[in-house]
Design a protein around this ligand. Structure first.
Ligand SMILES: [Zn+2]
Ligand SMILES: [Zn+2]
Length: 349
């Protein structure tokens, strides 16, 4: 099937849709819609929640170890929400706008070494295996980070220093600004010479898929955790707002790693960085290294790292050029990155 229309200017990119592509797209949209209804139903309706709990109890009884059913159901709901609300709709939208050939579905199905890394790391996260790899690479350091974070949370709760302006919307907006400032600071740190080895894995994708979001060095989360907990400790933001913003954030983060060429006009230049801005961020051109690091535009504008998103066309080459990547042995690349990071931290004589 091909779409033909009157066209002026350069010849249009052919958008062929193989039958398998249409079937996958249809299935993805059906799964997303069904999943979303189920997730919302189980979360909000008492009868659905009871039915979900009964089902989870039966499934959990098959496991050889003890699991709390409520916790198991919450975990399944979280993962279902991630896939149904963020990943499938973003990938379906991407396929509809950029054509099947350029979609994450097709790229993941073609299994280049780059897209295989994306899929592997996402699958390890989804199956709950990634956290063990994080422990292995940090030599248990993540346990220390977790304990320190828990201590910090308890200390702040006891001190009662939570900021509350009396207006929920203002609290949420302030918390969002402080959170994104901390996120900007941590991302900027990862783009310094010393910390780059731990961020290189994320940038080593040579073709973008929505799942490139998950492609990270196992040690990076241990450092990011320090930046990302504080904002939520300082502000008195309702749990429901955290959930909604968290879900919107997941949609946004998958969207900016997709191949959608959106630059969102003035909104992308002054409010929120669009997908084309993140394409620039991932570009191989050294002149564009460390540009567009944030989520809202304000931090990149204030700290001088903003580049006009209109320059970020979908054909910009992405990836890193300083070391060999996508060798087919991601664990060895992660190990080499870790050694380089530790070596770089040692004071030189
Ligand atoms: Zn980066
Ligand atoms: Zn990225």
């Amino acid at each position: 099937m091909s779409q033909a229309s009157a066209h002026f200017g350069p010849p249009p990119v052919p958008r062929t849709w193989p039958l398998a592509g249409l079937v996958v797209l249809g299935l993805a949209m059906a799964c997303a819609a069904t999943g979303l209804v189920l997730v919302l139903g189980v979360a909000l309706l008492p009868e659905w929640h009871a039915a979900g709990l009964a089902l989870a109890e039966r499934a959990v009884s098959l496991l050889p170890f003890d699991v709390r059913t409520e916790a198991a159901l919450a975990l399944v709901l979280n993962k279902a929400a991630l896939i149904c609300v963020a990943i499938l709709p973003v990938m379906a939208l991407e396929a509809a706008l950029s054509g099947w050939q350029h979609s994450s579905f097709a790229r993941l199905a073609r299994r280049s070494t780059s897209s295989s890394y994306d899929l592997l790391i996402f699958a390890l996260n989804l199956l709950g295996v990634w956290k063990f790899i994080v422990q292995l690479f940090t030599l248990g350091g993540m346990i220390v980070v977790g304990a320190l974070t828990a201590m910090l949370v308890a200390e702040v709760a006891q001190a009662g220093v939570r900021l509350n302006t009396g207006y929920v919307a203002l609290d949420v907006a302030l918390a969002f600004l402080v959170f994104t400032l901390a996120d900007y600071a941590s991302h900027r740190l990862f783009h310094t010479r010393a910390f780059w080895p731990l961020h290189r894995m994320h940038h080593s994708a040579t073709e973008m898929t929505a799942l490139t979001l998950w492609r990270n060095h196992p040690v990076a989360p241990a450092i990011e955790a320090f930046f990302k907990v504080v904002p939520f400790l300082l502000f008195d933001v309702p749990a429901a707002a955290v959930t909604v913003i968290g879900l919107l954030m997941l949609v946004y983060l998958h969207l900016i790693h997709s191949n959608i060429g959106w630059h969102w006009g003035w909104f992308g230049r002054w409010v929120l960085l669009p997908p084309s801005a993140h394409r620039i961020h991932h570009c191989t051109d050294p002149a564009l290294y460390g540009r567009n690091l944030g989520i809202p535009v304000i931090w990149d504008r204030l700290f001088g790292t903003f580049t006009d998103p209109r320059l970020g066309t979908p054909d910009l080459p992405v990836g890193v050029t300083d070391v060999p990547t996508n060798t087919g042995r991601p664990h060895m690349e992660a190990w080499a990155d870790l050694k380089e990071w530790v070596g770089g931290l040692r004071p030189r004589r």
